[in-house]
Design a protein around this ligand. Structure first.
Ligand SMILES: [Zn+2]
Length: 674
């Protein structure tokens, strides 16, 4: 009755922008100078509705003038309700060179989205994409369009890093031209690159990362050219904006993309990244990403459980005839710190508490990612750590309601562990209630400063070091005393720290809190143990308990739990990696298990690199998987990076009898240099 929508709207020439949608009323279209008339084809969504093109006397065709033409389609529903769809049709003059569309046939997404007057775009291509076809759309048959100087429709070959594609459009009358530029970047190849010619290796090595260039750039005006990988040089100069080699300041356009260097490097010959597994092929670097996905020597996607079940430790611990030697004993109890977490009344609903907690965790993520790192000061109750604390409170309240649910204990552990990393990585300075700085006599002040100078010297700083260094020395001293159990002394050092830190804070109103984050690891471990005691065979809980024991260097306890986890899930590369790390540490590289340790570590690395090669769809992941305890197998994880480093340095001087197909130390350490 009252339906006055169109369900379709098409044109005899040009394309509607935005694309037609019944609820969008305003559109634009750009037409070439050769377009004389424009015919519109509306279809109403209700058969009984009618439409008219305003001012055409019943015709669907509109004569076009140069410049802007307004077309209005009025739809009348059966009951007389009216709606107007409007099109602004711009007919170009013969001397205007523009594109009306720009696409890449391989469906890469342009950034920003195409618009007629935007001339510079970027886009990202997968690492196995060797060429693309750039598809410019010109509004006028008389305009001439080329891509990188050749006819439209030709392949544009992609360098391994970045490639510039230039679309040149000449106006219909041939008097003017305009360039649209697209910079296409391929995803970085995660494996280390090994050139078959040593000269190439030297020529294309970034002086900062000591790895092959990725998207090389040079510093404008440098002679000879200083070339770097773009991400690294931007990182190194993020503060100073000076050439790191000769300290000359950069001007605004200091960074010049080196597409030609990238092109030459892409044509250089390299070995397959699976050479250590037996592949003898050499390829142009540009093709390596494609080959790596298809190489017959690439690591198997499914690991063999016999690597675990065939070992002597497995036979002894978990073989059919033997009973487990290690009995796991742990009793859940309500500890004071957890009681304190139940700081407010429960809402009586487990699901509600869990969804509150998830929201706080999302809030935490936003606070952290907004700045990239923590701001030094936050309003009371609004720091990322406050968000984590609130999440912990909600999980603690949920546990109170449902104490036998292991997942609730586990989630509280995950949040507490994140609290630790957040405090360590970002540094925590909390704003506290306003309070005046302590008033000290001159003698007291100089006495305290003398004590601080002594502590600075103890920790290798000069007596006249900066305020930041003084704080660092005090922090080190504090932790050292604490570890030695000297509570009174450590409290005194903390008071010195606070006093000194007040000089750093504004007006003495801001007081940094000496970090005491290690207790969060202990609490987190206790929660993983609580979860495990409710479900002792869970590989997941065993894995996390083992991982944190390893973190605390309690290797015997760690080994027990990682072995149980492996026995439950022998093909899981992340458990293998952590177990391998532990065994390598324990054996010191000489014991009978070293062979397995190396194998497990390498299998973990191979899995990690393969994942980087084929980025997965993140939407499938758990919404909280960015929390570090749930992201144990990524290059963001400190424990994992330490493991890679440990393996790499170990392989520089390996004992006899390494497994076949072991990576080179350079290949392993390559990952740490990212
Ligand atoms: Zn290969």
């Amino acid at each position: 009755m009252d339906d006055c929508n169109l369900k379709e709207l098409s044109l005899s020439a040009g394309m509607l922008d935005p694309a037609f949608n019944p609820s969008i009323l305003n559109y634009r279209v750009t037409l070439g100078n050769d377009t004389v008339n424009l015919t519109v084809y509306p279809v109403t969504s209700d058969n009984h509705a009618s439409y008219q093109i305003i001012g055409t006397g019943g015709s669907k065709t509109v004569g076009l003038q140069d410049g802007l033409n307004k077309i209005e389609i009025e739809v009348a529903a059966e009951d007389g309700t009216l709606k107007r769809y409007k099109i602004e049709a711009t007919k170009l003059s013969a001397n205007t060179p523009v594109l009306s569309g720009l696409k890449i046939a391989e469906n890469l997404t342009l950034d920003p989205p195409f618009s007629i007057s935007e001339y510079k775009y970027t886009c990202t291509a997968p690492l196995n994409m060797i060429s693309v076809i750039v598809e410019p759309i010109s509004p006028d048959h008389n305009m001439h369009v080329t891509v990188n100087g050749s006819e439209v429709g030709n392949q544009t070959y992609l360098n391994v890093g970045h490639t510039k594609a230039e679309v040149n459009v000449t106006s219909a009358d041939g008097t003017n031209s305009q360039i649209y530029q697209i910079v296409i970047s391929r995803v970085q190849f995660p494996w280390s690159i090994s050139f078959s010619d040593l000269n190439d290796a030297q020529e294309y090595e970034c002086p900062v990362s000591l790895k092959a260039y990725y998207r090389p750039v040079s510093i404008k005006g440098s002679d000879p050219k200083h070339i770097f990988s773009s991400s690294l040089i931007k990182f190194l100069t993020r503060k100073t904006k000076c050439n790191p080699f000769d300290d000359t300041p950069f001007d605004a356009q200091w960074c010049v993309p080196e597409y030609e260097v990238d092109k030459r490097m892409s044509a250089a010959s390299v070995y397959c990244c699976f050479r250590y597994r037996g592949c003898t092929g050499t390829f142009e670097l540009s093709e390596l990403g494609k080959h790596a996905l298809e190489c017959p020597f690439k690591p198997p996607s499914e690991l063999d459980s016999k690597d675990v079940t065939g070992t002597s430790w497995y036979q002894t611990e978990f073989g059919l005839t033997s009973k487990p030697r290690h009995q796991f004993r742990h009793t859940i109890e309500l500890r004071n710190w957890e009681k304190n977490l139940r700081e407010r009344a429960s809402e009586g609903n487990v699901e509600k508490h869990c969804s509150n907690a998830r929201n706080e965790i999302k809030n935490y993520k936003e606070l952290v990612s907004k700045t990239g790192k923590f701001l030094p000061f936050y309003e009371e109750g609004k720091s990322p750590l406050d968000a984590l604390h609130k999440a912990a409170v909600d999980y603690a309240l949920a546990i109170k309601l449902k104490p036998k649910d292991p997942e609730l204990h586990f989630h509280l552990g995950v949040v507490l562990e994140e609290h630790y990393y957040a405090a360590v990585i970002y540094g925590v300075v909390k704003k506290i209630e306003e309070q005046g700085a302590e008033k000290l006599s001159a003698a007291e002040t100089s006495g305290r400063n003398d004590e601080i100078a002594v502590i600075c010297r103890l920790h290798g700083f000069k007596a006249e070091c900066t305020l930041q260094q003084q704080l660092k020395a005090l922090d080190m001293e504090y932790h050292q005393l604490k570890e030695q159990g000297q509570a009174a002394k450590s409290d005194y050092v903390q008071s010195l720290y606070s006093w000194k830190a007040q000089q750093a804070g504004k007006d003495g109103k801001l007081k940094p809190v000496v970090s005491d984050e290690h207790k969060y690891i202990e609490w987190s471990l206790l929660k993983y143990l609580d979860a495990l005691s409710l479900q002792p065979q869970s590989w997941k809980y065993n894995f996390h308990v083992g991982r944190l024991y390893l973190f605390q260097k309690k290797n015997n306890d760690a080994l027990k739990h990682l072995q149980v986890a492996l026995a439950q899930k022998p093909t899981e590369p992340s458990i293998r990696f952590y177990a391998g790390l532990l065994v390598l540490d324990q054996d010191d590289g000489l014991g009978p298990q070293t062979r397995y340790a190396i194998q497990y570590l390498q299998q973990g690395l191979e899995q990690l690199l393969t994942d980087l090669q084929t980025p997965s769809d993140n939407s499938a992941n758990h919404e909280l998987s960015f929390l570090r305890a749930l992201d144990t197998f990524s290059l963001q994880n400190i424990q994992l990076i330490k493991g890679i480093y440990r393996l790499g340095t170990f392989l520089f001087n390996p004992p006899a009898g390494l497994p076949e197909r072991t990576m080179s130390p350079e290949q392993v350490l390559h990952l740490c240099a990212n």
